[in-house]
Design a protein around this ligand. Structure first.
Ligand SMILES: [Zn+2]
Length: 92
């Protein structure tokens, strides 16, 4: 599984958890998976989540989040706080 974290480049994607639109420039997390059979690398589909909804329901590490290094320091900190909630023993 591949995860990506970024600022929404448009306001069109909907959160796969709550169904609401993810506002442009807000933090979102995508879960990428093969959209079908065959060549995995060529057919990745992304499901987007509001960052807070993602962390409510999935446990990941920063090393699983592509794009984490590109976030602002403040948002990196926020992400770490969320991860501590979901992974109390991860030692991060
Ligand atoms: Zn949501």
């Amino acid at each position: 599984m591949i995860y990506v974290i970024e600022y929404a480049i448009s306001g069109r994607a909907k959160c796969a958890w709550c169904g609401d639109v993810i506002e442009k420039d807000s933090l979102r997390i995508g879960k990428r998976f093969p959209s079908g059979f065959g060549d995995y690398s060529a057919n990745l589909t992304t499901k987007w989540y509001h960052a807070n909804h993602f962390f409510d329901h999935f446990s990941v590490r920063t090393s699983d989040l592509e794009g984490y290094d590109l976030l602002t320091r403040a948002d990196q900190k926020w992400v770490l706080v969320q991860l501590r909630k979901t992974l109390p023993h991860a030692g991060i």
